[in-house]
Design a protein around this ligand. Sequence first.
Ligand code: ATP
Length: 787
Amino acid sequence: MSRFVDKLPLFDRRPSPMEEAEGLPRSGYLGQLHHHQYYQPHSNMLPLEQSPPTSTKHTSVTLAQLLKRVNDARSGSSTPISSPRYTIELGGSKPESVSSESDDHHSDDGGSEGQPRALVLKFTDLTYSVKQRRKGSCLPFRRAAADEPELPAMRTLLDGISGEARDGEIMAVLGASGSGKSTLIDALANRIAKESLHGSVTINGESIDSNLLKVISAYVRQEDLLYPMLTVEETLMFAAEFRLPRSLPTREKKKRVKELIDQLGLKRAANTIIGDEGHRGVSGGERRRVSIGVDIIHNPIMLFLDEPTSGLDSTSAFMVVTVLKAIAQSGSVVVMSIHQPSYRILGLLDRLLFLSRGKTVYYGPPSELPPFFLDFGKPIPDNENPTEFALDLIKEMETETEGTKRLAEHNAAWQLKHHGEGRGYGGKPGMSLKEAISASISRGKLVSGATDGTVSVAASDHSAPPPSSSSVSKFVNPFWIEMGVLTRRAFINTKRTPEVFIIRLAAVLVTGFILATIFWRLDESPKGVQERLGFFAIAMSTMYYTCSDALPVFLSERYIFLRETAYNAYRRSSYVLSHTIVGFPSLVVLSFAFALTTFFSVGLAGGVNGFFYFVAIVLASFWAGSGFATFLSGVVTHVMLGFPVVLSTLAYFLLFSGFFINRDRIPRYWLWFHYISLVKYPYEAVMQNEFGDPTRCFVRGVQMFDNTPLAALPAAVKVRVLQSMSASLGVNIGTGTCITTGPDFLKQQAITDFGKWECLWITVAWGFLFRILFYISLLLGSRNKRR
Ligand SMILES: Nc1ncnc2c1ncn2[C@@H]1O[C@H](COP(=O)(O)OP(=O)(O)OP(=O)(O)O)[C@@H](O)[C@H]1O
């Protein structure tokens, strides 16, 4: 572990000036690891392994003053060291200096409470209720059973929760399953719609602009949402490209990824793919750590995590919380929910908030748990993990009729008695929000969306202008860089799942082969004409059917997309465009494959030009069809919903295309469907490509009796019928006279609306339209807030 901790770049592992000056061993995290003493009053500081906790205030002041003196002496000036330095505090550590200004404040006070902080996230009286539906209440005829308890219309998930989280510390939210932990984290991370959440959440006393919060914060979800075919390193590198400032050179981004891989203990898995059900990849614990890594890559100023340690073994969980602690100590506010912290993890937590059915039943440092429960009349037995004890007691009380009401009241009284009205532990911010963010950037925090100037200047210059929502751009990268990164990622994903394309190609080739053998070398007789019609109708609708595999593509990555766009990793338009670009070459290959297997074997007209037009219209059909399936994938939430919709809609498109019933025979009130049928346009296009030539004749002389009851007559009889017909009509119709040319046939089929090129462009336009609709569905459908 010590080797692992030594590698943590976020910790200042250099010997502190005081250590150097006094020849003391290194302070830092190890000192804390070796001293799991939770029952010290939380204001105590244990700065060094050997230091007895005498007068905390005295120790801290002396340390701070000494540090300042040594710093001054070493630098030969009074300029403060800009990198963060930490003293180790029981139950947490805190930055000694955020700026020269805050240094002074720290010197004045020394205790962890009541000090001015760089960042204070304060939440007051947070209350959130949701409408509650009784099972089956949507059925008007359902009657509640006599013994069924009447449920209230609203359910309160958070009930007047107050507290604060501060930079340098980890605040942990604890409670039984369903107590409201995730809901509280969502409320703090601005993931609940304003109109639904009552109470206030402020940072340094100011309510924060949603876009600015997205830039300075990160939210780690409970679920792992990762691309299965990317390796651990690639996953983190893409996260770095989306979250680190664009002014940071790629070399630095790579370095940061390597550091994070080391910190999270992922070195051995770095080149392994994430994996899924079908592909063996990293272990569940490693995947969890990668998920966390993706969101902490930029060392965010505000970090919210929903059960980051769930599913991890105790060593990995400790490793993760250690990294979180390092992030906190580099000047971030870290809020996380956790089920049952081990002893070691508890030593890294600074502030605990226990919830029971949406109410606070304990709020304070771990060190106050024993006196709190002693005062409540339930002393924590020696050697028992205090959080385990608290959770067990809470669970037990929840089963009683009164619930945890008494404990909640005890907590309220405790807060009032020990921490006064404000319940804020006195950690007042020493600067405004903008100044605090600016100071964070100065200390090396990478505010992803900050403009080039702000970041580069801020990294070295304390006088850098503080960023605001106006000086921080919404997106990290410009459009074309996003496009490049997304295209590269989509390309890698596609390349690593060749089976998807191979199956599609196989489906097209098999269909082409079957059609080629069935419609082999069609002649120009009326029968051949009918068969051509059948070939075109089935060919064009097959194009669309094979496109339905585009449906699961977005559905499978929908939640990754939602996670990434929640923090403005990229524009939705870049996503749509990059996926279109990556998918297009495969459409071209499929079009050629289908055209080559069918065009010549069926004996279609037009020679080389006709062939390329045929390729173009097949490609346009694939383009429109995949656009349609992609659009649906943005609207439906599950593939099981999507497939029936795609398949039935395509069946209707075929029905109204003009093949089964021509336009003139379609009832007027259904005519609109004929015009929105995706199959109509490519069908009419290939028909015109085939029958557009007026010099080609498809019905000559007695062939006019084909497909009629007279077809069965002997040829000589048909010739006589033809002669008598021409005599009675007074026209000369011989056996070689052309009765129906191609254009005549098109007229009979009511294919007169558009020319063949118009049909091609309309099909292409459909493809664009569906992609625009897909984009709109992403805009409207990817709200990340609870209502
Ligand atoms: N939209 C909703 N409608 C009704 N109840 C809801 C809704 N959302 C959440 N809940 C309920 O609110 C309670 C708190 O949910 P929350 O996810 O915050 O719990 P949790 O403490 O994070 O649980 P866990 O530890 O199991 O993740 C749960 O009982 C849940 O069923």
